[in-house]
Write a protein that binds this ligand. Sequence first.
Ligand code: RB5
Length: 146
Amino acid sequence: MTANKRIALSSDHAAIALRQTIAEHIKAQGWEPVDIGPTSPESTHYPKHGQAAAELVASGDCDLGIILCGTGQGIMMAANKVKGIRCGVCSDTFSASMIRAHNNANMLSIGARVVGEGLALDIVDAYLGTEFEGGRHATRVDMIGE
Ligand code: RB5
């Protein structure tokens, strides 16, 4: 996938710094981060932030989304409740690439308390740098939607 696409970003309080680092990282590569926060370090509730980013992707306002919480799990669960969203949590680059190649995941979730900054950025690069392969995988992805 080529850069300059719009990438929705959100997190809870556990991942603000990493989210902002990711936003700067992808912007430097030519992507357009749409960072909807939060910016306050106060404790907040990951479901509403996951939903908000997912709705940007599901509506077509953003092409893809990257969301974060402490583990990446809770916010992923919330995002996947929005129709049309396929979001996977990744702690390794192979999975980050494969959720694009085989699952056409339109959102990536990362646990800020699970992976360090360097690995998180590599995961983001693997995710954004991989295209959906289509073919037999399209049949399976369609089945998820059904
Ligand atoms: C917040 O303490 C934590 O529960 C949250 O960031 C996330 O890990 C939930 O899945």
